[in-house]
Design a protein around this ligand. Structure first.
Ligand code: SF4
Length: 290
């Protein structure tokens, strides 16, 4: 909760006293409304020394832990910006299968887009247990609000334990939005993932400028979200006889409400892309003639 303004106790005199008192200029009083801005440093001077009861500090209530047994499955978001599946999705499927073995969970792929049949086949060929498909003409362009609504519906109805998203432009827009809707944690740009037997996903990534490898878990929340960059994990072999199933979800009109109007989409001309290179040779100022 943090700082709370009790507006019923505010009058002009008290408000002006608070504005003057805040050492960081974070309190404003405009048009008869007292407000605390983002400049607040939480020093709580206004609580301790301000007019009694006008601003109080309320401790955050600790949220109850979810029942982990209610959540099952490791889901890979199949990144298909404008219909083109990104290869990071296959790499994540490989890792998801490895992690799922530890806890005996199924591996899902979530595909959102339009005219998805070919992509569904491709995902099944990498051995996922089930592909959930949200296919609609209105999802042809990657409108982030619509995608967030479909993604949220998938979570509400299927309760996956962990969700892995490629750290692509689309994935980086989508994952935090969905994670925020479910009040759960998200670890960006993981470089290693491990699974505990209690289904906690250990999300490992460099922190503090690369000086430590942080191990991050979400012990009280589900689903557990992480993003992973392309080329961190290996792409698995395709299976010759896919056995996975497909669930096509009917897209509801209310999920397509959006405040974004996509006027046109122009593909950037292909540039030399080094993100997919196996070897990069870099030289710098230190290079000298032998
Ligand atoms: S907590 Fe400190 S910084 Fe924040 S509004 Fe109060 S006095 Fe200003």
């Amino acid at each position: 909760m943090g700082l709370v303004i009790h507006h019923e106790l505010v009058d002009k005199e008290k408000a002006e006293k608070l504005v003057e008192m805040c050492p960081f200029g974070a309190i404003t009083y405009e048009d008869g409304k007292l407000d605390i801005t983002a400049g607040c440093k939480n020093c709580k001077m206004c609580v301790r020394k301000g007019p009694e009861g006008v601003i109080t500090f309320e401790e955050e209530k600790e949220s109850a832990a979810v029942n982990k047994d209610d959540y099952r499955g490791i889901c890979v978001y199949a990144d298909s910006d404008h219909g083109e599946l990104h290869k990071v999705s296959f790499e994540l499927i490989g890792k998801a299968k490895e992690l799922a073995k530890v806890i005996g969970h199924p591996v899902y792929a979530l595909l959102i887009g339009y005219k998805t049949d070919e992509n569904v086949k491709e995902l099944l060929s990498y051995g996922v247990d089930k592909v959930f498909v949200y296919d609609d003409a209105a999802l042809a362009d990657s409108d982030i609000e619509r995608y967030t609504n479909c993604f949220s519906d998938f979570i509400e109805n299927n309760k996956p334990s962990s969700i892995m998203v490629g750290a692509t432009n689309l994935g980086r827009c989508l994952a935090p939005r969905v994670a925020a809707r479910f009040h759960t944690g998200l670890t960006a740009d993981c470089t290693r993932l491990e699974m505990k037997e209690n289904t906690d996903l250990v999300q490992i990534r460099p922190a503090f400028g690369g000086n430590i490898m942080a191990q991050i878990i979400s012990p009280k929340h589900r689903p557990q979200f992480c993003t992973v960059r392309y080329k961190i994990f290996n792409k698995p072999e395709k299976t010759e006889n896919p056995t996975g199933t497909v669930e096509k979800v009917t897209v509801r009109p209310e999920w397509l409400n959006t405040r974004t109007e996509i006027i046109s989409v122009e593909k950037k001309p292909k540039e030399l892309d080094i993100s997919g290179a196996d070897v990069i040779v870099a030289v710098g100022r230190g290079l000298k003639k032998a």
